[in-house]
Design a protein around this ligand. Structure first.
Ligand code: NAP
Length: 288
């Protein structure tokens, strides 16, 4: 079975529309601001998707562009302008940012109630408490959980193995799955025998950024595989000269799994749909 993120994301967006209409009836129009530094091609592609989904459901979208020479202090001033503007409900500083920018300081400067990426310590901390407090969780983990729930993949008591322990995917998805009573193992670069862990997984989630890191012999028959990786690999047959692939060897592994996400069309659109839901939640919570 293919876990279709494109189709499920559209369902999530459709479900969101009544919440936006209820806000509009009260004279409130949700608005997102994205701060974009430079012109990284992958970032611009992600931003276009965010803009498209926002506009589809009636969220006002504004992009503020800055030169790569911007300093941390200058960026913090820009963040504070958004923090204090009551007409804005969500703020994203699009990553990656240039090397001179101090990312922890930037994240700390974002008003947690407008932190629709769910990166601030406040929102991460709330997520640790229980599902009830997952008000603004990081978008990719939220999208993964929603995709698994949509396809009725049971989580309680299941062996989940996560490969990759980044702050934006691996760690928070581990917490969200523990909140749902899964038994969670988190692997990373220093894990001694990766295959020993992955072979035990009922649900395998891979978020590393290395094509074909996970091969067929590393996956249990009947497992559910969620491939978060997005990698550009050279492909002369494509007009743009590259294809997008995930971290798992899809062709061989898909024959063995009970369900698997494609790349593209899996976790990517779910991340953007989850972001849209976070913008609506932020607007509702700021407007009570
Ligand atoms: P990241 O911050 O670079 O984290 C990568 C993680 O993988 C780290 O925990 C790293 O461990 C671990 N790792 C590296 N090499 C490994 C190996 N050989 N075996 C096991 N673990 C290894 O990346 P990220 O931001 O989480 O993103 C991961 C991938 O997901 C990227 O391809 C990214 O483009 C993609 N992504 C997709 C979406 C989406 O919406 N689909 C969203 C976010 C990210 P150490 O820290 O110990 O080195």
């Amino acid at each position: 079975m293919l876990l279709d993120g494109t189709k499920t994301a559209q369902k999530v967006l459709t479900r969101s529309i009544p919440r936006i209409e209820a806000l509009k009836k009260r004279g409130i129009q949700p608005k997102l601001v994205i701060i974009m530094i430079g012109d990284n091609a992958a970032s611009l592609a992600y931003i276009r998707q965010k803009q498209k989904f926002c506009e589809q459901v009636g969220i006002i979208y504004e992009q503020r562009n800055f030169d790569t020479s911007i300093t941390t202090d200058e960026l913090i001033i820009e963040i504070q302008k958004v923090n204090t503007d009551a007409s804005i409900h969500g703020l994203i500083v699009q990553l990656p940012v240039p090397k001179q920018i101090n990312i922890p300081l930037i994240i700390r400067a974002i008003e947690p109630k407008k932190d629709v990426d769910g990166f601030t310590a406040y929102n991460i901390g709330k997520m640790f408490l229980s599902t009830e407090f997952e008000h603004l969780p990081p978008a990719t983990p939220k999208g993964i959980v929603e995709l698994l729930e949509e396809y009725k993949v049971p989580l309680e008591g299941k062996e989940v193995v996560i490969v990759g322990h980044s702050n934006i995917v691996g760690k928070p998805v581990a917490v969200m799955l523990m909140n749902r009573n899964a038994t969670v193992t988190v692997c990373h670069y220093y894990t001694k025998d990766l295959a020993e862990h992955t072979k035990r997984a009922d649900i395998l989630i891979v978020a590393v950024g290395k094509p074909k890191l996970i091969t067929e012999d590393m996956v249990k028959k009947g497992a559910v595989v969620v491939d978060v990786g997005i990698n550009r690999v050279e492909d002369a047959s494509k007009k743009q000269g590259f294809s997008l692939v995930g971290d798992v060897d899809f062709d061989s592994i898909s024959k063995k799994t009970s369900a698997i996400t494609p790349v593209p069309g899996g976790v990517g659109p779910m991340t953007v749909a989850a972001l849209v839901e976070n913008i609506i939640t932020a607007t509702e919570r700021l407007s009570t």
